[in-house]
Design a binder for this molecule. Structure first.
Ligand code: XIL
Length: 382
């Protein structure tokens, strides 16, 4: 049995049959989808989204996507074997949810702790997962280790450069790309964020500098500007696009655009497609970098819950289909922000949406109907 088949047999509940060996990978996927869609149809006793959990095994999503399919991970989750199994079964790329952020790696005294990011990088290498780096400069994280140099001129500059060069250089050649500047735009698009970094190094100058230093440290990594609400707030998207234009005009080595895509049911149909088309206008690789679709703050039941899940599925389909329609060279990856609902940041403090179900797999790791929707969209798009 070939490695690919052994893999399928292990993860997809498909008993390998000899005849599979004669099928192309494409035929194999098509056959498995057909069987699984057939089951789906047989189940349709009630409204299509009345059951959250799929009764059928889905094919590995990563085998259906023609671009890297990512998920955020964090070290504590990896202690659970079931987590790792599901992750490896479904995804081909990972982003560290915390471990590479400035507040995690930089100690108060300005020294660095690389143990956790090193462990994740090693894990990804052993598992054959691609890796995306997140996030070098984020207005939210101004830890003591660098804040103590506020106003310090050259000392601040040195610490800033060292942070970027230290992380990017350490993993040179091992990460596909980095979110160099995370969340540069004010919440409603009213200009640029003010931060420790912008105050010390200039609004756009600190961004340009970060990209330059990162480029030096790993010339092959794709360097991203990443932000949220680019779909739901057109004003914010316009401000983001104007910033991209200015940075490119001044020769900044900005190599990709990330749209976090923390989406909600309030999103107008077509908004995600429009956002992806607008972002893609620069011809740069696009990363849907933190995809999840929240059902909202409150617990829903009955018809309301079914309606919300149906809306969620429509949004996911729109994102996947619109991403698929980008030129292949611009499809950097789609990354989900959370493997199982229970792992999602929406469930945890300070957001505390205890009943939310923003991602593809349920608390127990079962494929939800939403995961079936993802599989169907990805399969159709091949
Ligand atoms: C979030 C994590 O998911 C949380 O666990 C953490 O406490 C805070 O950060 N935008 C980003 C991500 O760029 O890094 C954030 O991740 C979610 C919003």
């Amino acid at each position: 049995m070939g490695r690919a088949l052994a893999f399928r047999a292990r993860y997809v509940d498909v008993k390998p049959r000899l005849s599979f060996a004669r099928l192309s990978r494409r035929q194999l996927i098509a056959a498995s989808i057909a069987g699984w869609m057939g089951n789906g149809l047989a189940q349709q006793a009630g409204p299509p989204h009345d059951i959250a959990r799929s009764k059928t095994a889905i094919p590995p999503l990563k085998s259906l996507a023609r671009f890297p399919l990512g998920c955020c991970i964090a070290r504590p989750y990896l202690r659970e074997a079931a987590y790792e199994t599901l992750l490896l079964q479904q995804f081909s790329q990972v982003t560290a949810e915390w471990e590479m952020k400035m507040n995690q790696v930089l100690g108060d005294d300005g020294t660095y702790r690389f143990e956790a990011p090193d462990a994740l990088v090693d894990f990804a290498r052993r598992a054959g997962l691609a890796l995306h780096g997140h996030a070098l400069i984020w207005f939210k994280h101004a830890p003591v280790g660098i804040a103590r140099l506020d106003g310090g001129g050259a000392a601040f500059e040195r610490a800033y450069d060292d942070h970027i060069a230290g992380l990017v250089g350490r993993y040179r050649g091992r990460l596909r790309g980095w979110d160099v500047i995370n969340e540069p735009i004010q919440p409603d698009g009213e200009g640029l964020r003010v931060s420790l970094f912008s105050r010390n190094l200039g609004d756009e100058a600190h961004m340009a500098r970060a990209f330059e230093v990162a480029r030096q440290a790993d010339p092959d990594a794709v360097l991203f500007l990443n932000d949220y609400d680019l779909e739901m707030k057109p004003e914010k998207r316009r401000a983001f696009l104007r910033l991209v234009e200015r940075l490119l005009a001044r020769g900044v080595p900005l190599g990709g655009l990330g749209t976090q895509s923390h989406l909600s049911l309030a999103m107008r149909p077509g908004a995600a497609r429009q956002a992806l088309a607008d972002l893609a206008g620069f011809g740069l690789p696009i990363h849907v970098s933190e995809l999840d679709i929240s059902l909202g703050r409150h617990r829903l039941d009955g018809a309301e819950l079914a309606g919300a899940r149906a809306g969620q599925a429509r949004i996911l389909e729109e994102v996947l289909n619109a991403f698929h329609d980008l030129p292949p060279a611009q499809q950097y990856a789609i990354t989900f922000w959370g493997l199982r609902d229970a792992d999602s940041w929406w469930r945890k403090p300070p957001l505390n949406r205890a009943h939310d179900e923003p991602v593809l797999f349920d608390d127990g790791g079962g494929a939800k109907k939403l995961a079936e929707t993802a599989a169907a969209s990805l399969a159709r798009a091949r």
